[in-house]
Write a protein that binds this ligand. Sequence first.
Ligand code: 13P
Length: 249
Amino acid sequence: MRRKFIAGNWKMNGDQELVRQIAERAADSAGEAELAVCPPYPLLPAAASQLPFGVALGAQDVSEYDSGAYTGEVSASMLLEAGCRYVIVGHSERRTLYAEDNARVAGKFQAARQAGLIPILCVGETLAERDAQRTEAVVGEQLSAVFDAVDGAAFQGAVIAYEPVWAIGTGRTATPEQAQAVHAFIRGRVAERDGQDVADSLQILYGGSMKPDNAGELLAQPDIDGGLIGGASLDPEGFLSIYNAAAEG
Ligand code: 13P
């Protein structure tokens, strides 16, 4: 049985006050599910010191390199030292706004794993790709790049987030059936390459306008193991109510 996992991606939002509020609320909501927050880099130290035991910390991006002359970049070992357990790689905003291609994302995934961080690999199609019935082709290519870059069971101990680009920040959520179909496809691909055991234990999160009022029906799907929450993770009450839906479900 996979544990449900709710992670908040603050993107370029938040401040010390939000760290304080989330830490305070999270202290009252220990449950069966896992909980993580991914604030911007400068807020990591405050979050690391204030979040209650059991709430994990994640970063939103990582360099594919270990160290060196890469101005503005942050390495996986630095994130580990800052108290991170998770790191998001290949978010669609990184892919589209900062031109990260599948090969670069795979390099970041690999760097995170090698340092001992748990990568949360984001995959997902645009609306044009969905309309052209290319969802599985696009998501399949995003997964293949990681399979090509990593020897052995690539997704052992990793997390995948299916985030349809057309649902991110739009208020337009994938239906539970649409999301479930892609999650099942992803799990099937991982089973083919990494084996059934790895696929069965893999947490696959849904992301894209997940809110307190639609989380329950998404989380009830057999292959939806949690959520990567953007906008709604900035509201401590709403975020924790999504977590509670996962913990009770
Ligand atoms: P929203 O929840 O704001 O749609 O963002 C989802 C997301 O991009 C999480 O990584």
